[in-house]
Design a protein around this ligand. Structure first.
Ligand code: 13P
Length: 246
């Protein structure tokens, strides 16, 4: 991908552990006619359904931190590149959390492998409710960000997704003010630490729906959205992307 100044907003769906062959194919068909002039569309299905995505960019939700070998159950970044994935999410809070305990060091190793295999890493960061209530949200996000992005990160091989854990799947998106403050903060960190950091896309994720999309997507430094629940219905997902035009 060649980086251009007018990089479109990225509307990315994270299906998590949902959908099946039939619904994945039907979703892909519904995406056949979407307008790609203003929005870059991306779907990240569970591994078995990735290749059913033919009408938008395709991505994975995770990859192994290892190159190849005896890692039962893992899927490598090179395998994802082999099936023409454009993007791979790394460090989602559901993987940083207790069930998988991924540290920022592991997230950085994964992001590096994604980049080394010619794909774009979507590096997720975000604080828990407890951390926010303790006034630590900015420190937590800064720490995760600086430890999770590889040294050779650039706007054309990495996207940041700010997903406050308390807004994920709760139906309660962060307020415009909270989103704006955090995205501006992340922008400053990127400007100081990443080549061309002012151009790296920063997505917001957490209860993005058709009815709040226009407000969230029009905030400065919000360069797209990472969508969970509302990405399971093509109609809702497309409505979110269309909100970019409004
Ligand atoms: P929801 O849109 O369901 O809140 O999920 C957000 C998310 O985790 C996307 O990665």
């Amino acid at each position: 991908m060649k980086w251009t100044q007018d990089m479109k907003k990225l509307i990315a769906g994270n299906w998590k552990m949902n959908m099946n062959t039939e619904s994945a194919k039907a979703f892909d068909q519904a995406m056949a006619k979407v307008d790609e002039k203003i929005v870059e569309w991306l779907i990240c299905p569970p591994y078995p359904y990735i290749q059913h995505i033919t009408n938008t960019k395709r991505g994975a939700q995770d990859c192994s931190a290892y190159y190849s070998g005896a890692f039962t159950g893992e899927v490598s970044a090179s395998m994802l590149a082999d099936i023409q994935c454009d993007y791979c999410i790394v460090g989602h809070s559901e993987r940083r959390a207790e069930a998988h305990c991924e540290t920022s060091d592991i997230v950085r190793q994964k992001a590096q492998l994604v980049i080394d295999n010619g794909m774009t890493a979507i590096v997720c960061v975000g604080e828990t409710l407890e951390e926010r209530e303790e006034g630590k949200a900015f420190d937590i996000v800064e720490g995760q960000l600086l430890k999770s992005i590889p040294n050779d990160t650039r706007p054309d091989n990495c996207v940041i997704a700010y997903e406050p854990v308390w807004a994920i799947g709760t139906g309660k998106a962060a307020t415009s003010c909270d989103v704006s403050n955090m995205h501006n903060y992340i922008r400053e960190i990127l400007k100081s630490n990443v080549a061309d950091g002012e151009e790296m896309r920063i997505l917001y994720g957490g209860s993005v729906k058709p009815d709040n999309a226009a407000e969230l997507l029009n905030i400065d430094n919000v360069d797209g959205a990472l969508i969970g629940g509302a990405s399971l219905k093509a109609e809702d997902f497309i409505a979110i992307g269309k909100a970019v035009e409004s």
